[in-house]
Design a protein around this ligand. Structure first.
Ligand code: ATP
Ligand code: MG
Length: 557
């Protein structure tokens, strides 16, 4: 019997709301602002909103919170939709807060009509000064007592474009002495003569986030509006507007945002990294964006599993990026096709092997996968192995190749190193070895046991590839809390390019939707920069414990 998982606090709330009949069905929403590409923090929010609805047979809207015309763009809208689909979720409706502009405007008119909003001509400095401090009440200004008729006229004139940016704002008339500073007559509309990516030049006044978000929730009849903890102080405002307008009572709930070690998680900062050329675009595999993780070879399954594992917290925390990498490895181990690639070649000649001969070895694609698929790997007299799989003067526990020492070539033969060839400068250029024909893999009658198994590639069949190895983009574990500008913590060695590696021929037809484990080296995927002339692979993630452990595993299977 499977263990019953305890409910998180949101699931408890939903179950109770369904049980009491408060809601017949739940409707959540994911509300991105289309001002950048989604990152792994958004993935958490997506998994939460869509996951919760799915679990309780509800639905989820995708709503673009596009109330700020200046920073938004349709490029971002498209990427956001692609990312959500790729993560494996389907939205019920694709909606835009900007589609509600007329209705939100009418809500504002309604508030004015009830004496609950006023046009304020003060400058932003004056408004800030009048707001008081957390321990001192704010002060009313003369505009606060404007008549309803004046406010209605002025607001209409604001909409008509009579005033310049910043000349006037519309404020809710709540309480200038509220202990919650946000309730001290928040600004709900500002003048901005700016082109909007959807509404064009129809509007020159735009609602503030707090006057658009809750109302949009309410218009859509969202039952559970889930956001991050920093919106707790906004909740009274959210409720006040809904109550004063007498509209559908959507409810706001807050959870802790995802913070991850060695990572910045704000679109604003990520945009800086892109604009300042620290990375090559939003989908540079070093970025924490969903598009970058996709390009790097992460799978949607592994990201969903990660989000499930971290759960839903109500207090700020910092998640180890190693946990995400763990989830990626776990999934890739199950699905990745095993391939052999030599990163730093050393030529090896098997003098006992006929010159003209090529043998095809049948090698399993993935020993973890019972489907038994395989590929053929050519073996011939001249091979590449890794330079660091040979030591001329081996240390005691060195089980790889050394003069007079034997190793197994993965899926092929046991070989013995007879001779080391060097150039005039004393650099090793070639190893001469002999093979033991009776040790052929799968049919070994020799009874000889060796401790080391090496990967290799036949020289004549090798496919040249470029490899891109990624390290963490930041040196500091907690980038947000580190001293100085976050860019000072950028790791200068986050990308290493191996211009020519040698791959077994099966990789010549590598596909974008396939994942690979390069034996003893790591998990890799085909990069989109690949073309007819050049095949490029990204390292998705390293193998768990480096050489020793992996080598043992390779020898067994
Ligand atoms: P950023 O500061 O990175 O721009 P944001 O919160 O401004 O993020 P939005 O597009 O407004 O970005 O966010 C869409 C949804 O994703 C919101 O509901 C927000 O709470 C959620 N979200 C954003 N960042 C995180 C995070 N790190 N962890 C969990 N949820 C997040
Ligand atoms: Mg935002």
């Amino acid at each position: 019997m499977s263990e019953e998982k305890s409910l998180n606090f949101l699931e408890e709330i939903v179950e109770s709301d369904l049980a009491t009949g408060k809601h017949k069905a739940i409707l959540t929403r994911f509300p991105p602002e289309p001002n950048g590409y989604l990152h792994v923090g958004h993935a958490k929010s997506i998994c939460l909103n869509f996951g919760l609805a799915k679990k309780y047979n509800g639905k989820t809207n995708l709503r673009f919170d596009d109330t700020n015309p200046v920073t938004e763009d349709t490029e971002y809208v498209d990427s956001i939709k692609e990312d959500i689909h790729w993560l494996g979720f389907e939205w019920e409706n694709e909606l835009y807060a900007s589609d509600y502009f007329e209705q939100i405007y009418q809500f504002a008119v309604q508030l004015i009509g009830k004496g609950l909003a006023y046009v304020d001509d003060s400058s932003s400095e004056e408004i800030a000064a009048q707001k008081g401090t957390p321990t001192q009440a704010g002060t009313d200004n003369t505009f606060r007592s404007r008549s309803i008729e004046d406010n209605l006229r002025l607001f209409e004139e604001m909409r008509a474009g009579k005033y310049a940016d910043g000349a006037k704002v519309l404020r809710a008339k709540i309480d200038m002495a509220s202990p919650n500073m946000l309730m001290r007559d928040p600004i709900i509309y500002r003048i901005k003569h700016a082109h909007h990516h959807r509404t064009g030049d129809n509007w020159c006044i735009y609602p503030m986030y707090d006057f658009a978000h809750g109302q949009s929730d309410s218009i859509e009849k969202i039952t559970h509006s889930i956001c991050t903890l920093e919106f707790i102080p906004h909740r009274p405002m959210y409720e006040w507007f809904i109550e004063q307008l007498g509209i559908f009572p959507s409810k706001q709930y807050e959870f802790a945002r995802l913070n991850m070690t060695y990572t910045v998680m704000s679109k604003r900062k990520l945009l800086q990294l892109v604009n300042d050329g620290h990375v090559n675009g939003w989908d540079d595999p070093r970025m924490p964006t969903i598009s970058a993780m996709r390009r790097k070879g992460y799978t949607p399954e592994s990201i969903r599993e990660f989000c499930e594992k971290i759960g839903v917290a109500r207090r700020e925390n910092l998640i180890d990026i190693g946990l995400l990498e763990f989830c990626v490895r776990e999934h890739l181990n199950r699905i990745a096709l095993r391939r052999m690639v030599v990163f730093d070649p050393l030529k090896l000649v098997i003098t006992s092997y006929p010159e003209a001969e090529t043998e095809m070895f049948r090698c399993e694609d993935n020993p973890e996968n019972p489907d038994g698929s395989y590929r053929e790997v050519p073996f011939s007299r001249e091979l590449y192995i890794e330079k660091d799989d040979f030591m001329e003067v081996p240390s005691k526990k060195y089980f790889r190749l050394a003069p007079g020492q034997m190793v197994r070539l993965k899926s092929a033969y046991i070989i013995k190193c007879d001779e080391v060839i060097k150039d005039e400068n004393g650099n090793i250029t070639e190893l001469r070895c002999t093979h033991l024909p009776e040790t052929k893999s799968g049919n070994d009658t020799s009874g000889i046991h060796v401790k080391g198994t090496l990967h290799w590639v036949s020289v004549a069949h090798a496919v040249h590839t470029e490899l891109r190895l990624y390290e963490r983009l930041f040196k500091a574990e907690n980038v947000a809390d580190a001293e100085g500008d976050f860019k000072e913590n950028i790791n200068p060695d986050s990308l290493q390019v191996i211009a020519t590696a040698y791959a077994e021929p099966a990789l010549k037809t590598a596909k974008f939707d396939e994942r690979y484990q390069f034996l003893r080296k790591g998990y890799f995927c085909l990069d989109k920069d690949s073309n007819e002339e050049k095949i490029i692979f990204n390292r998705t993630v390293t193998l768990k414990d480096g050489w020793a452990k992996e080598n043992k595993k390779v020898s067994i299977t």
